[in-house]
Design a binder for this molecule. Structure first.
Ligand code: UD1
Ligand code: CA
Length: 466
């Protein structure tokens, strides 16, 4: 056993070759996202978190390229030629293995809410019983809906107690089955040898599909040791079969993520309107104000204030920044920066320490040097702007000539007058200045001033004059 409690010779098999037809989507179901993360990544990361490092993902001819493209070579793949049921999918996964591992952990590609803690307990329970052939992770006290029901021999025992006799699919239940139910989460541990010997005995159900769940009755009927562990919390059992369930899973994940960050020292003013993707990271004492959406690979440092009304995607932000009512995409923001309200960082922007971007400033594919200020409505695109520059209100880098994009370079300490048009390619040297309303079509050398339309250089200042 390793420190996670799982055996290194456990193998995980993730079933993701179903049709996913209830999603009514052109996109394969495993690639739909919850909390910004593709559904298929949840079971894979869960297995890794449980110390199960050898993983086989069962894919279909239709979704194989998309899933392989996303997950890459860190796992093994098995293709199920046709969606003949979960039992057939598990058989395909097993066939891809050389030799029998002592434990096979099987789970679905569409149950992103299962917690690693529950699966660790399942594996421990399974391994703690020598000769156990199948252990099912189940949940009681849930809205059973379309989930399979665990059947036990004695109806007199409380729900979740008594020997397991089988699993019945919701669709195969007699109408209006009353009373509380114990449901199948779709996570199982199997004895590797038993599974290899038994998987071929599944007979097709009325639907013609081979149900993995039939293995429970096969084991019980031959007197083999099968058990269900009813420890999953109600929300863990929810699968994602349609868009309604996808939204429900999203809500549960969002609550869990918000809770995690609050427990880690982040203040969230309004959890109902704060949306944080699964892979986002946030530093201590940062405050998130209402209507804030942090997505993708965003990282936010300590002591920041983000929102209200901020959207930050795939952006790394340092410490002590203030982002108000702005949109930041694929950019980098160093520390002590304030942005907004109503500014927009488009991809490829680097905002250095101490910068102030005020109202209605759009930056694209540009570097804004430390301590530079652009306080009011500007477009800064394809620009390299130095340290300590003042960008006057209404400044625009005219980067596009109708055919090509060109760069604007502004040196350290330059002063760009209000309403300056910088017609790229153009360079304004260190310490140079432009007058209000200047249309700059030629370079302005270091420490010189350019004014007018088109801008012309003023004579260099006399020695001793400013
Ligand atoms: C399944 C279980 C049900 C359980 C529920 C938990 C069966 C028969 N039923 O029902 O008892 O309560 O999960 O969420 O197993 N798949 C394949 N190949 C196939 C069919 C399915 O790889 O031919 C994959 C799917 O992509 C999916 C998983 O297996 O990730 C489960 O299949 P799905 O059709 O969603 O089963 P459920 O009806 O949800
Ligand atoms: Ca399902």
């Amino acid at each position: 056993m390793n420190e996670m409690g799982a055996s290194v010779d456990a193998v995980g098999i993730v079933l993701a070759a179903g049709r996913g037809s209830r999603m009514r989507s052109r996109k394969p179901k495993p690639l739909h996202r919850a909390a910004g993360k593709e559904l298929i990544r949840y079971p894979i990361e869960l297995l890794l978190a449980c110390g199960v490092e050898r993983i086989v993902v069962v894919i279909s001819p239709e979704n194989r390229d998309a899933i392989r493209g996303l997950i890459g070579d860190s796992v093994q793949y098995a293709v199920q030629p046709a969606p003949n049921g979960t039992g057939d999918a598990l058989a395909c996964g097993l066939a891809a293995l050389s030799g029998s591992p002592s434990v096979v952990v099987a789970l679905s590609g569409d149950t992103p809410l299962v917690r690693p803690d529950s699966v660790r307990k399942l594996i421990d329970e399974h391994r703690g019983n020598a000769g156990r052939c199948m252990t099912i992770l189940s949940a009681t006290d849930v809205f059973a809906g379309d989930l399979g029901r665990i059947q036990r021999s004695s109806a007199k025992e409380p729900v979740g107690a008594g020997p397991v006799t089988g699993i019945v699919e919701a669709a195969d239940l007699p109408d209006a089955t009353p009373g509380p139910a114990e449901v199948n989460t779709g996570v199982y541990c199997f004895g590797g040898l038993w599974l290899a010997e038994t998987i071929g005995s599944i007979r097709p159900a009325a639907s013609g599909e081979f149900y993995l769940t039939a293995l429970a009755a096969i084991a019980a009927d031959s007197g083999d040791d099968v058990a269900a562990l009813p420890i999953a919390l109600a929300d863990e059992a929810m699968g994602v079969n349609d868009r309604k369930q996808l939204a429900a899973a999203e809500t549960v994940l969002r609550d869990r993520i918000n809770l995690h960050w609050m427990e880690s020292g982040v203040t969230i003013i309004d959890t109902a309107t704060t949306y944080i993707d699964a892979d986002v990271k946030i530093g201590c004492d940062t405050v998130l104000l209402p209507n804030t959406m942090l997505s993708g690979e965003t990282v936010i440092g300590e002591d920041c204030e983000v929102g209200p009304n901020a959207t930050v995607r795939d952006t790394v932000i340092g410490d002590r920044c203030r982002i108000i009512a702005s949109v930041l995409e694929e950019s980098g923001v160093e520390s002590d920066v304030d942005i907004g309200p109503y500014s927009h960082l488009r991809p490829g922007s680097l905002i250095e320490t101490g910068v102030h971007l005020g109202n209605y400033v759009e930056v694209k594919n540009s570097r804004i040097g430390a301590d530079t200020a652009a306080g009011h409505f500007s477009y800064l695109g394809d620009a390299d702007i130095g340290v300590g520059v003042n960008i006057g209100a209404g400044t625009i880098t005219c980067n596009y000539d109708g055919v090509d994009k060109h760069r604007t370079v502004i040196g350290d300490g330059a002063f760009i007058g209000s309403d300056t048009m910088l017609v790229a390619p153009v360079t304004v040297g260190d310490g140079a200045a432009t007058g209000a309303g200047a249309v700059v079509i030629r370079d302005v050398p270091e420490a010189r001033r350019a004014v007018g339309v088109p801008a012309r250089l003023l004579p260099p200042p006399e020695k001793g004059q400013g």
